[in-house]
Design a protein around this ligand. Structure first.
Ligand code: F6P
Length: 472
């Protein structure tokens, strides 16, 4: 498999040269000269249109980017990922999250999913518990939290505590009855300081109401979970990374919040995107295009920041979820061979729900000195949302063309963005959306020759904190 430096690729060198010719080019002019642009620079995936016509690129750029993907050996890497080969080189294991939603999933995956869905259905029906509290952090928190917030149907009161600050658990337990509260402890390692501290605090809070039924555990370290006192334990597997684990029983709190049928639809939405990623030609492949457009912005146009702007209150937590997915995966400074990189990797990702974001940081997007590449996400929910979403993308791309305006009222425009357009929002769409970003992240890792599946950068802080607390 190709593990050479991307800068050695002919396509990379051609792209660097090609980028020079884009310096003075303006999006306003491009749309005026070519009315077909808004239909040509669009790709269709399962239930989604990816409109990248407002990006600062053209047909030649795309050809070169597709060539880059081919020269990087994307097809081979993709096959290895989907076949469960050990693509996580520093930990010598697969990153096989796609198996969690595959129709022909391994039997242990199917059995675990069935058991988790049955239990979630029972808990929703019996109403024995008034409060479900998920204790986990990072990938053991952000995914189920996003799903519960976006799609929870109100059958159960599902809360989340992720911070080691006791205030977080205190808030999650506000008004809860110990006899009618269930804790879902999610930790792949079952050693994470925040989660273990919160699980111990939960035991204290339960007092006499603590029974082996008070805790459900989801972990790859089932022995530690049993020692802790959980009766019902669901496995996680070492071949699934924390930030890719929402599809497993790690999503249990979400199953309780949205129901097992909706959770199944969530898995199926992702499965559709997996098939599209596996089969669609590179230049029509939505996650591949998202990755290539992102690399073009970062590496060739020098745009170091990326904003994700979902125009839906339901997706207000998506930016936090994607921050971990993209920045923990691709925030890397050495390549697969351990060589220090001479090119940029993951941009800084931030975002917030539109329209709220418009009244906060969009000023900088429109008139700031830094350029920020944006992803607008439209769900066809409501005319006012769609109108604002498109208006922002147009304002960024085209700006104003009136030299009589005072400088502070002028918009330079030429600020790139893409739109992901879905016609509705439900659990299936949520599955599609997350899987699109997962495959985008993987593809960029291949382009940049980095391992997207480890996170060694978080270890030093953990060790130092433990030392400061008097540990070894
Ligand atoms: O510290 C980062 C991290 O390791 C994430 O990658 C992971 O999702 C999170 O901590 C939680 O880890 P665990 O599930 O083992 O508690």
């Amino acid at each position: 498999m190709n593990t050479t430096a991307p800068t050695d690729c002919k396509a990379w060198q051609d792209l660097a040269h090609h980028a020079e010719s884009w310096r003075g080019v303006r999006l306003r002019g491009l749309f005026e000269q070519d009315v077909a642009r808004s239909v040509q620079l669009v790709a269709e995936g399962p239930g989604v249109r990816y409109d990248y016509s407002r990006q600062r690129l053209g047909a030649m750029t795309l050809r070169l980017l597709a060539r880059l993907a081919a020269e990087r050996g994307l097809a081979e890497w993709r096959e290895a990922l989907l076949a469960g080969k050990a693509v996580n080189s520093t930990e010598n294991r697969p990153a096989w999250h796609t198996a969690l939603r595959a129709a022909d999933a391994p039997s242990e995956v199917k059995e675990t999913l069935q058991r988790a869905k049955r239990l979630a259905a029972r808990i929703r029906q019996e109403k024995r518990y008034q409060r479900i509290v998920n204790l986990g952090t990072g990938g053991s928190d952000l995914g189920p939290r996003l799903l519960a917030d976006a799609l929870g149907d109100g059958t159960l009161d599902v809360r989340f505590a992720a911070n080691v600050d006791p205030k977080d658990l205190e808030r999650a337990l506000d008004g809860a009855d110990p006899a009618r509260t269930l804790f879902v402890v999610v930790s792949k390692t079952f050693t994470t300081q925040e989660t273990m501290a919160n699980a111990q605090a939960a035991k204290q809070w339960l007092g006499k109401s603590n029974t082996p039924d008070s805790f459900i555990a989801i972990t790859a370290n089932t022995q530690l979970a049993a020692n802790f006192g959980a009766r019902e334990i669901f496995p996680m597997w070492d071949w699934v990374g924390g930030r890719f684990s929402v599809w497993s029983a790690a999503g249990f709190a979400a199953m309780c919040a949205i129901g097992p049928d909706a959770f199944q639809a969530f898995l199926e939405g992702a499965r559709e995107v997996d098939a599209h990623f596996a089969q669609a030609p590179l230049e029509k492949n939505v996650p591949v295009l998202m990755a290539l457009v992102g690399a073009w912005n970062v590496n060739f146009l020098g745009i170091p920041t990326h904003a994700v702007l979902p125009y839906a209150n339901a997706l207000r937590l998506l930016p936090s979820y994607l921050q971990q997915l993209e920045m923990e995966s691709n925030g890397k400074r050495v390549d697969r061979e351990g060589r220090e990189l001479a090119y940029a990797t993951a941009p800084v990702l931030f975002g917030a729900e539109g329209t709220v974001s418009q009244h906060s940081f969009h000023q900088l997007l429109h008139q700031g000195t830094q350029h920020v590449a944006c992803d607008f996400i439209e769900l066809g929910l409501e005319a006012k949302l769609s109108a604002n979403c498109r208006a922002q993308a147009d304002a960024l791309a085209f700006g104003t063309d009136d030299a009589t305006l005072p400088p502070y009222r002028q918009y330079p425009g030429n600020r790139p963005s893409s739109m992901l357009i879905f016609e509705k929002f439900d659990a299936r769409v949520m599955g599609r959306l997350i899987a699109l970003y997962e495959h985008k992240v993987f593809t960029q890792g291949v382009i940049w020759n980095i391992n997207s599946f480890d996170q060694w950068g978080v270890e030093l802080g953990k060790q130092l904190a433990s030392k400061l607390l008097g540990g070894s």
